[in-house]
Design a binder for this molecule. Structure first.
Ligand code: NDP
Ligand code: 2IT
Length: 448
């Protein structure tokens, strides 16, 4: 860990240059804490101010998104794209549509994305974007008008060799479809400008599954280091969106049992486990009906805890898959007191810094987001490759590549994160491994 003075000096500058961006400060501090000592040992990075440059986006695009709702009223939202780093490839990263979206949240996500994409072994830079638009309660027609307006500005900044957006919270297949249609219309070009596309129009098999599957493959790799596996393990999952759904599917396939799911209103506890049939209902409920997880409890007669998160439920493995800062210090302590010894993060930055300290002090298997959830963007990278080749791989081919990428990421965490007593600090490993590749590319490309 970094010398306190060094870290404080570095963070004081980041905070002064980026006021009122708490999530961005948090994401940078976690990386700086682990990478600054490495930079001290490797002065070439220090002299070239690589980390200082990496914490300043290459470009920030901010725009107005006006649209007309079903009542004929004009609505105005904010649109953003943070083009964070292009040292190792075109900007790549998702779009988030959620009322909480602001510059600081997108900069934290873009910064994480740079290191995550570097870990995937594929040639992708990092970016992130989105809007404070709230898709909840909107009709399909409203979502289409909004996304068309959003793309009417974004299209001039992106392209298959420049910047390739994808989904994130509030952006799934429906939104990607509308945005792709509008991009194609404006550019008169059918190209791989977005990932997460439908399979009939340039998408990749396994992209919808990739983040959740990868998160569970990563948990399995961590368990292997202790001669263990997911078989028979009780897992708590938060969220019930894209990542949570496919994490649940893969846990069940590997012989574990998922006993919780949640949304922003509360969580369900099903001690019998969310099996394949119940998961099919969750997918219908969330992806088509766009209802609340409470309806699961009503249908299957299990407990529903309004306004609460699932971390008080006894488990072996926790899979946070909803949003940032959704596990705090007290919840981390409760998890461990109840016997949880694996945390594999599907969401971005779901654990607070104090929660992470609890995991590491207790030497549990902790898979940080930028490693554990990299499967999603990795298969986005494979979608880009398939688009360039104008060819599509089979499910098995993509799944095998995903599995191997998750194994490579885990190996890199072991390489850079194994401590003197043998404990694998995956957070340290992921931060340093992700940093080195981008930093070396930046050194080679001069002061840009
Ligand atoms: P979805 O929109 O499909 O689902 C999001 C889920 O999280 C919903 O259940 C939602 O509940 C819940 N949620 C969102 N915001 C909050 C909040 N503030 N408090 C409590 N619950 C909340 O998104 P994804 O599944 O795609 O994304 C989930 C997480 O995974 C995010 O952190 C995202 O950045 C990360 N991620 C996603 C990837 C992807 O490929 N999609 C790749 C890598 C990471 P509700 O419906 O009530 O809002
Ligand atoms: O956080 C993430 O890695 C994503 N939302 C996926 C990004 C992508 O480009 O597939």
């Amino acid at each position: 860990m970094a010398n306190e003075q060094l870290l404080n000096d570095f963070m004081a500058k980041v905070i002064a240059r980026n006021p009122n961006e708490a999530e961005f400060h948090q994401a940078v501090e976690e990386v700086a804490m682990t990478v600054l000592p490495f930079i001290e040992e490797n002065p070439k990075y220090k002299a070239a101010k690589v980390l200082e440059r990496m914490t300043e986006p290459e470009r920030v695009i901010l725009f107005r998104v006006p649209w007309v709702d079903d009542k004929g009223e004009i609505q105005i939202n904010k649109g953003y794209r943070i083009e964070m780093n292009s040292a190792i490839g075109p900007y790549k990263g998702g779009l988030r549509f959620h009322p909480t979206v602001n510059l600081g949240i997108l900069k934290f996500l873009a910064f994480e994305q740079v290191l995550k994409n570097s870990l995937t072994t594929l040639p992708m830079g990092g970016g992130k974007g989105g809007s404070d638009f709230d898709p909840k309660g909107k009709s399909d027609a409203e979502v289409m008008r909004f996304t068309q307006s959003f793309m009417s500005e974004l299209f001039r900044h992106i392209g298959p060799n420049t910047d390739v957006p994808a989904g994130d919270i509030g952006v799934g297949g429906r939104e990607i479809g509308f945005m792709f249609g509008q991009y194609k219309r404006l550019r008169n070009e059918f190209t791989g400008v977005l990932t997460g596309k439908g399979i009939e129009w340039g998408g990749s098999l396994i992209r919808p599954e990739a983040t959740g599957y990868g998160q569970v493959y990563f948990a399995e790799e961590m368990l292997k280091t202790r001669g263990d596996s997911l078989k028979g393990k009780i897992c708590t999952v938060s969220g019930s969106g894209n990542v949570a759904q496919y994490a649940t599917e893969k846990v069940t396939e590997l012989g574990g049992k998922v006993v919780t799911l949640s949304d922003s209103a509360g969580f369900i506890y099903d001690p019998e486990g969310v099996d394949a049939e119940k998961l099919a209902f969750v997918m219908y409920l969330k992806n088509e009906k766009r209802g609340r997880i409470k309806e699961y409890a009503e249908k299957y007669g299990c407990e529903y805890h309004e306004g609460q998160r699932p971390w008080g439920i006894k488990c072996d493995v926790a899979l946070p898959s909803a949003t940032q800062n959704e596990v705090n210090e007290e919840e981390a302590k409760t998890l461990i007191a109840n016997g949880c010894f694996v945390v594999s993060e599907g969401a971005n930055m779901p654990s607070t810094p104090d929660a992470i300290n609890v995991y590491i002090e207790n030497k549990i298997l902790y898979g940080p987001a930028k490693a554990a959830n990299a499967g999603g963007v990795a298969v986005s990278g494979l979608e880009m490759s398939q688009n360039s080749m104008r060819y599509g791989w089979s499910r098995e081919e993509v799944d095998t590549k995903l599995r191997n990428i998750m194994i490579d990421i885990h190996d890199n965490c072991v390489k850079y994160g194994t401590e003197k007593d043998g404990y694998i600090n995956h957070m340290v490993g992921a931060n340093i491994a992700g940093f080195v590749k981008v930093a070396d590319a930046m050194l080679a490309q001069g002061i840009v």
